[in-house]
Design a protein around this ligand. Structure first.
Ligand code: PLP
Length: 384
């Protein structure tokens, strides 16, 4: 029988998923800190706008690029929130940030070409490279610098065979917000070798210590930047599957053409929900950001005070990435914490080579649960 292609077989099962499945199978009460999505439900005004649109007949295909009013809302929000300017024909509405990444990688990385990204990184980039028949290259960033972007390390690995570089800021899994200077250097180097920078900014609204700025707004080479955005994390809308890709017009035209054969368009109902989220009342989201910031402060303080654990203070997203003082591999240690202490964290080894021996803790959880989870982590590390 004909075997499935290497393209699909090379992809590995996510270690976060391994922990998720284990957590679902054990018969005890757990504190789940492995999950990467807001614990808030989508605000009522968004749900209502989507329901209303569906009742009024917004139940059909939209154009491949998405509803013009949805792209207008995205264009305005990108400009006002992140300083990134795009006309609506430079934006395609996608099925989550995930499809935007997939389209961006398909359009920029040819067979055998390299997709570079700083590590530790979100595991889906590796799979995205495989799906494009490209080569994923993780470039580990220094833990001593709190995983900030070290431009030289990345630039040394770039060459004519580089199709694209992904920069994720704020970062999943480290919570780091990259400094503007190394970002500028990486974009300039990418432009020199004819490569694109894919700016994964799905956490851009969750930036605690500085004003969020889009990568495309920081550089003199915005035509080499493709920006990935999403309603998932900043608008508590993971299940609506609504994101976007924005960039130079000809490349957006090409991806709009091929997406006819992948998903055709994003859900019309979700596009109406996005319009309401982006243009409607912002108070529910501001309350959510304030809650995340309080949790960030609490988690940062607890980890600073905890023996046997260290972590750079998260600057964005809702993750802390921690080192632990125990002679155990990350997956084994995460399983031990789950089974013996009832707290679930994601093994850092699931985020590439640079994540080995570390754990990711998500603070997308209530204060009470975080307090309990951190108590359990503290006991687990002490008793190991
Ligand atoms: N990029 C990063 C770094 C993520 O962590 C995620 C989701 O976890 C995504 C992109 C995709 O998010 P979505 O497809 O829900 O917009």
């Amino acid at each position: 029988m004909h075997q499935p292609t290497d393209r699909v077989r090379r992809a590995e099962r996510s270690q976060i998923r391994v922990m998720f499945d284990l957590a679902e199978s054990v018969d005890r009460e757990l504190v789940r800190l492995e999950v990467g999505e807001p614990d808030f439900n989508t605000p009522e005004h968004v749900v209502e706008a989507a329901a209303e649109a569906a009742r009024e007949g917004a139940t059909h295909y939209t154009s491949n690029a998405g509803l013009p009013e949805c792209r207008r809302a995205i264009s305005d929000a990108m400009a006002s929130d992140y300083g990134v300017e795009h006309a609506i024909d430079e934006i395609v509405v996608t099925v989550g940030g995930m499809e935007a990444l997939h389209l961006a990688v398909l359009a920029t990385v040819g067979p055998g070409e390299k997709l570079l990204y700083p590590g530790p990184s979100w595991p889906n980039y590796e799979t995205q490279a495989f799906l494009a028949d490209g080569e994923p290259v993780e470039v580990p960033m220094p833990v001593e610098e709190g995983y900030d972007l070290d431009a030289d390390r990345l630039i040394q690995r770039m060459g004519p065979e580089t199709g694209a570089v992904i920069l994720t800021t704020p970062s999943n899994p480290t919570g780091r917000v990259f400094d503007p200077e190394p970002i500028r250097a990486v974009v300039a180097a990418a432009a020199d070798c004819g490569a694109h920078v894919i700016a994964d900014e799905v956490y851009a609204g969750l930036t605690y210590d500085r004003e969020p700025r889009g990568i495309a707004a920081l550089t003199g080479h915005p035509d080499h930047v493709l920006t990935v955005g999403s309603c998932s994390k900043t608008y508590a809308m993971t299940g609506w599957r609504l994101g976007w890709l924005a960039g130079e017009k000809s490349i957006i035209g090409e991806v709009t053409k091929i997406r006819e054969s992948t998903t055709a368009c994003a859900s019309s109902v979700s596009q109406h929900a996005a319009i309401a989220a982006l243009t409607g009342p912002q108070e529910p989201f501001e309350e959510m950001y304030a809650a995340f910031e309080r949790r960030r402060d609490y988690v940062g303080d607890r980890l600073d005070d905890m023996d046997g654990v260290s972590a750079p203070r998260p600057e964005g997203a809702f993750y802390a990435f921690l080192d632990y003082d125990a002679d155990a591999e990350a997956l084994d240690f995460a399983k031990y914490l789950l089974k013996e202490h009832g707290v679930v964290l994601a093994p850092g080894s699931g985020f590439g080579e640079a994540g080995a021996g570390r754990l990711r803790l998500s603070f997308a959880n209530s204060m009470d649960r975080l307090e309990e989870g951190l108590d359990r982590l503290e006991r687990g590390v002490a008793e190991y």
